[in-house]
Design a protein. Structure first.
Length: 368
């Protein structure tokens, strides 16, 4: 009875985490689908919102079966990330296994939900539990990764403060660390690109990459790019952190920043959703940014390769002005990666959390 009651509430009232959006208060564009996942009685289900209509799919797969498939996928990603020469000859096998896990997860979680959804160009996902660790943009759909057919973004369920005062300009922060030797080169490249576009940008690398510098600018910049070495603490996610010059920038530090309405790019390992608390509230560094009010966050779902990340970020900021929105720029770069649709480890680590329509920060003239 408890399960039946929960399903009725999902079908008839606003879905958890999407109040004011999926419940009919906001009408989605005709080409956009919102998917809200949930669990009931040990089974995963989904609420699909499209064209002003809602469809309830209460029994997609067993929670334990999906969690196991996600663990196996991430195990293969970790093996693929291992740089030891002894494992290099197994990369082709590992990549094939990653692809097989993504196929299995798509067949369970995505294909049934999007069945009959012709003309979809945007998919917004509200994950549940372990699904936060899933690269939805890389799940195959109609013979290609989903991001080939549509832009994909994760919608957070964490309550965020309202947008604050008008923002302008950008702050780019970079601190090299183990496995992230190209970070400061990346930061300088990003800052140079923004400056070329006429954007008022401040660069803080090496000894200048401090929490004080970030805190002092967080309340007024429209865009924050932080590159460095990060760690995810599985046992205590609130202690997940990104290394700065004088110490570590923890998730709780990010949550305390005045970032309402800002766009943020976290260019480091495992900065994105790494699980959930209470089923629907994501864990990890990105959680801190969402709690701080960030409008949009680009973050990674696993350990990223240093040189590939440098190339990705260069391409992202090159594509952003022409594509207009951050979401379309990320999509363009992912689709243009040489390994696209083959090696998810290299092309699919970064996801978008929040509003993918965010644009480059406004141009501000410097005062002499």
């Amino acid at each position: 009875l408890e399960v039946e009651g929960r399903l009725r509430r999902l079908a008839a009232v606003d879905a958890p985490g999407v109040t004011g959006r999926a419940g009919g208060h906001e009408r989605l564009p005709a080409d956009t689908v919102r998917i809200v996942y949930f669990s009931a009685g040990g089974r995963l289900g989904a609420l699909r919102v499209a064209n002003g209509r809602r469809a309830l799919l209460p029994d997609l797969a067993g929670v334990e079966d999906v969690e196991r498939a996600i663990r196996l996928f991430h195990y293969q990603v970790d093996v693929r990330a291992n740089a030891e020469q002894a494992l290099a000859r197994h990369h082709a096998t590992v990549v094939a296994r990653m692809s097989a896990h993504l196929e299995e997860l798509s067949a369970r979680l995505l294909a049934p939900v999007l069945e009959g959804c012709a003309g979809v160009t945007a998919v917004r996902v509200v994950p549940h539990g372990a699904l936060y660790q899933l690269p939805f943009h890389a799940l195959p759909w109609n013979g290609a990764p989903l991001v080939e057919r549509a832009s994909v973004a994760i919608e957070p369920t964490i309550e965020r403060p309202p947008h604050g005062p008008a923002r302008a300009g950008a702050l780019v922060v970079g601190k090299a660390g183990p496995g992230a030797e190209s970070v400061e080169e990346e930061a300088r490249a990003v800052a140079d690109r923004l400056a070329e576009l006429g954007i008022d940008v401040e660069l803080a690398v090496g000894e200048d990459a401090t929490l004080e510098r970030i805190a002092a600018r967080a309340g007024r910049v429209a865009h924050l790019h932080v590159a460095g070495h990060a760690v995810y603490r599985r046992e205590h996610p609130e202690f997940s952190a990104l290394q700065l010059h004088e110490g570590w920038l923890h998730a709780r530090d990010l949550a305390a920043l005045p970032l309402a309405g800002a766009g943020v790019v976290l260019s480091a390992c495992e900065t994105g959703p790494r699980g959930a608390v209470a089923g629907s509230e994501m864990l990890g560094l990105a959680r801190g940014l969402v709690r701080a009010g960030a409008r949009s966050v680009v973050a990674s779902l696993w350990r990223v390769e240093d040189v590939a990340t440098l190339a990705f970020m260069r391409a992202l900021y090159a594509a952003w002005p022409g594509k207009g929105s951050l979401g379309e720029a990320v999509r363009e770069v992912q689709r243009g990666t040489p390994e696209f649709a083959r090696d998810a480890y290299l092309w699919a680590p970064f996801c978008i959390i929040g509003d993918p329509s965010i644009r480059l920060p406004g141009i501000v003239s410097r005062t002499p």
